[in-house]
Design a protein around this ligand. Structure first.
Ligand SMILES: Nc1ncnc2c1ncn2[C@@H]1O[C@H](COP(=O)(O)OP(=O)(O)OP(=O)(O)O)[C@@H](O)[C@H]1O
Length: 260
């Protein structure tokens, strides 16, 4: 079976600095794969390359066998590869539910203009979007804050809203940028459960970048480790934990020891 994503010899240079250097790996449909590495290793840049948010210097990314690396990011998102959290637009003056409804327009048949003009297609979409938004609110357990203004939400709920907005675009692959950052143990465990349900109940393939090693080890089917822009290891959590190159990369880094 063709992997859902193929990252092939991808390189990104910023002037004289090579942020990502000839990285290749496959992502299988339905897996949870984490990208780890010390600070500045190139993880965020790799995510931006996969979502086509920045152009690659060389190499390519294939989604279901089709090249997506030269497409505009909104086209990649529309195809089903969605990056969330860091560049998620949240309208602070709207409620949680309104934010999720608006996000559906990314996959709407009618244009946003049609929505404002009140065309028939737009009206049909609107009803479907409202139903889907309620479904997402239920899935994420956000019923209690569905009518809360985004500007009033604490960090944890904002993160959940970011995920809701990502779900509104009906992703096949979701890229989560540090989903556990700033969370305490209980919040992290809740988010781990949520990410698992995304995969198990909605069939979404999950790629995540994360520094929280215990969470990464718990949640991942496979892990790719990069250091100084290059892939140094790929394998199961057990294989990564025991990998000499990974242990060496983390020695002296600010991140918690890889031992977990
Ligand atoms: N737009 C940019 N222009 C120039 N250099 C950049 C740019 N974006 C990233 N870099 C550099 O590329 C390297 C990799 O950065 P990146 O943010 O991808 O690392 P990271 O692994 O995500 O780091 P962290 O874990 O600290 O978030 C760093 O040296 C960074 O300074």
């Amino acid at each position: 079976m063709t992997p859902i994503l193929q990252i092939k010899n991808i390189t990104k240079r910023y002037g004289g600095l090579t942020a990502v250097n000839d990285v290749s790996f496959d992502v299988r449909a339905g897996e949870i794969l984490s990208v780890i590495g010390p600070n500045g290793a190139g993880k965020s840049t790799l995510f931006k390359l996969i979502s086509s948010f920045v152009p690659a210097t060389s190499g390519e990314v294939l989604f279901n066998g089709e090249r997506i690396s030269s497409l505009a990011p909104h086209k990649v998102a529309r195809m089903g590869v969605v990056r969330t959290f860091q560049e998620t637009t949240i309208f602070r003056s709207m409620t949680v539910r309104e934010n999720i409804i608006v996000s559906h327009h990314l996959r709407s048949k009618a244009s946003l203009l049609g929505f404002f003009l009140g065309t028939k297609q737009a009206k049909e979409d609107e009803a479907a979007f409202a139903a889907s938004a309620d479904d997402i609110v239920d899935f994420l357990g956000l019923q209690g804050i569905r009518n809360e203004l985004a500007s009033n939400l604490p960090q944890g709920h904002l993160r959940a809203l970011g995920m809701a907005i990502g779900l509104a675009t009906d992703p096949k692959v979701i890229l989560l940028d540090e989903p556990f950052a700033g969370m305490n143990h209980d919040e992290t465990m809740k988010m781990v459960g949520l990410v698992r349900r995304l995969r198990d109940e909605r069939g979404v393939t999950v790629l995540l970048v994360e520094h929280d090693m215990p969470a990464v080890m718990k949640i991942s089917d496979r892990i790719v480790c990069i250091n100084f822009g290059q892939k140094i290891a790929e394998g199961t959590p057990k294989e990564i934990r025991e990998n000499e190159k990974v242990i060496e990369a983390y020695l002296g880094s600010e991140d918690a020891a890889i031992g977990m």
